[in-house]
Design a protein. Sequence first.
Length: 129
Amino acid sequence: MVACGGDGQPAGRSKPYVGPNLVECTGVAPQTCMQVKDTPDGEYRLFYDQIEGFTFEEGYDYELRVRTEPVENPAADASSLRYILVEEVSKTSMSSGVADAATGGQMKTLYVGPELVDCVGVALSNVCR
């Protein structure tokens, strides 16, 4: 018999979406946290723990499958759950603002510092880097 949580996932399993940047946060002490959400359109919340087997790389959005296990006698300032990567479903680069001509990208502008530079009809040169 398999019990399910409120999101339709089997109990002890979740499918978090991890944002592309770590953010400063404070648990017991200052640290950096991943931003996670339960659905693609959901709101990010801070994730103070680690996911065993998962290596976060800045600049990518991730969809993961994660198993949770209870931690016996956790420290007072530690999580009562252990998170273990089951599968990295997707990893999408969010850092590139330049469309790759080889893939037929259609992006025509990109951000350069605080300015928006129009690159319509301009080959990628120092102007559009």
